[in-house]
Design a protein around this ligand. Structure first.
Ligand SMILES: [Zn+2]
Length: 272
């Protein structure tokens, strides 16, 4: 059984990596996707790309570093540098236009053959005093835009964060039709929504009349991501396990959610 946390941030606190490594050891978490902060995230105490890359150098078995690419600011060629620097994926947040704007296609075009996953923040971001100046716009981060990207770049593995909160239905229907589009359930969703609510959204199985074109369970499109400080990972892990048990998600599918699927997306084999 492997566990991969597909959504994690590093702060600039000097003991953050140490605390993360200790918790992962205790909880048998094998791998953590650690996101660098974008051009605005650094103001809020988050480590930038360099910081997460150093963390990967310090703990190469545990950490998969993801660079943050600022859509609308960074040139598309930066994707090639990110790959050359050994990052395992790219995170996107706060684009200057909708995620599926054609202006951004050269970015996704470069990622597709590189074989690295794209992780998109979706939906609501926290309210900050600088939002007006920075033109922060949650509407540009709707899950339906990942549907467009998934159709245009069918070999790109895409993970949408927070199940698109609050646009859950867009997220799950897009997941059903796009073979390489996945979502995590990090954020408030697992706390505020019932198992039944999630079951109604993630309803298809290999036996239902309407299905995933590949005949998979809906939960095969969901990955574990925590998006919390190290000491709270256990709580999120418990929430995932509880909701999947309540919905009677088959054991082998639960294993895919907790780590199997993300291992495949990262192209890694984790034995135990
Ligand atoms: Zn996050």
């Amino acid at each position: 059984m492997k566990i991969i946390d597909a959504h994690h941030h590093l702060t600039t606190q000097p003991d953050n990596l140490e605390r993360l490594a200790a918790e992962c050891e205790r909880l048998s978490v094998d791998k953590v996707c650690l996101f660098g902060a974008g051009r605005y995230g650094g103001d809020y105490g988050l480590a930038m790309d360099d910081g997460v890359r150093k963390a990967m150098e310090q703990c190469p078995d545990l950490i998969a570093a993801f660079a943050c690419f600022d859509l609308g600011f960074d040139p598309p060629e930066r994707v090639d540098d990110i790959v050359a620097q050994g990052f395992k994926g790219i995170k996107f947040i706060n684009p200057t236009r909708n995620y599926d704007d054609k202006e951004f296609y050269p970015v996704y075009e470069r990622m597709e053959p590189a074989g690295i996953p794209a992780i998109f923040h979706l939906g609501i971001v926290a309210h900050k005093p600088t939002d007006k100046d920075r033109d922060i716009n949650n509407n540009r981060m709707r899950p339906i835009y990942l549907d467009t990207i998934a159709r245009a770049f069918p070999d790109l593995n895409i993970v949408g964060a927070h199940l698109g909160n609050p646009w859950y239905e867009e997220a799950t229907m897009s997941a059903r039709w796009n073979p390489k589009l996945y979502f995590d359930l990090s954020g408030s969703t697992l706390k505020k929504k019932s198992a039944r609510f999630l079951g109604d959204l993630l309803w298809w199985t290999p036996d239902t009349r309407y299905r995933d074109p590949e005949g998979r369970y809906a939960w095969e499109k969901i990955v574990f991501g925590s998006d919390v400080p190290p000491e709270e990972i256990e709580d999120v892990l418990d929430d995932y396990r509880t909701v999947m048990a309540e919905l009677e998600v088959p054991e082998e599918i639960q294993a895919k959610v907790l780590g199997g699927t993300m291992a495949r997306l990262l192209g890694i084999e984790i034995g135990r």
